[in-house]
Design a protein around this ligand. Sequence first.
Ligand SMILES: [Zn+2]
Length: 258
Amino acid sequence: MRIIVGAVIIFVGIICAVNFLLPEPEGFPILEYHQVTDELLDPDFEMYNVPPAEFAAQLDYLQSEGYTTITLQDFMRVVHGKGELPEKPIVLTFDDGYKDNYCTMLPILEAHKMTAVIYVITNELGKENYLKLDELKDLQRRGIEIGSHTADHLPLTSYDEDFQRRQIRESKIFLEWSGLKTIYSLSYPNGAFNSDIEKILREEEYLTAVTGEAGLNTIETNPYELYRVNIRKPRFGLTEFKFRLWKANFFAKVRNLL
Ligand SMILES: [Zn+2]
């Protein structure tokens, strides 16, 4: 027991020393959410459900800290020399395309005059608990960016190139042919990506892709390997949310070292 306590103290000490010694990194965070709901769903996924009251408190906090939400299309316009980023940008992303993103999350987001990016699994659209096409169109009308989370949410690195391309291409084409505006961004299912998949994304005219790796993003970051920090159902309220933001910052510091 004593050895474990000692090891934990040394580990925390090293983290604090590294955090204190390294210079503040440049860049903005991208947050990875899933559901915003009070409902108790499948216990395996419960950790991904942020209660609406907690979500509202998180947005209040971001506002009080001077953050401005942008979409990834806004970001890419700046990368291509059109316009400038706000002073403290942040991107809120929502994976899987759950219905509560429209019914519960959107009203809270709009009350804060914020925007977001929602990544949908196209073969789940319209099923119970998932968004419908009409809702996606309305979300786009309200300034929310819609991205692809592929057709079937399978980890792409486990499949051959043909299959990867179909998952990437068909989800984009399906959305666009269903009347949505052009889809430019992808979220890798299970955060699984590699340089071959990035090549397919370029060929299929995606401009950005988000991973599950913690860090911060600048216009120098590979736009197909954008860093994100996962926001789970908090056990310690806003303190835990602040810790997640700190984690993104800390990982960016360490990455700058490498
Ligand atoms: Zn997912």
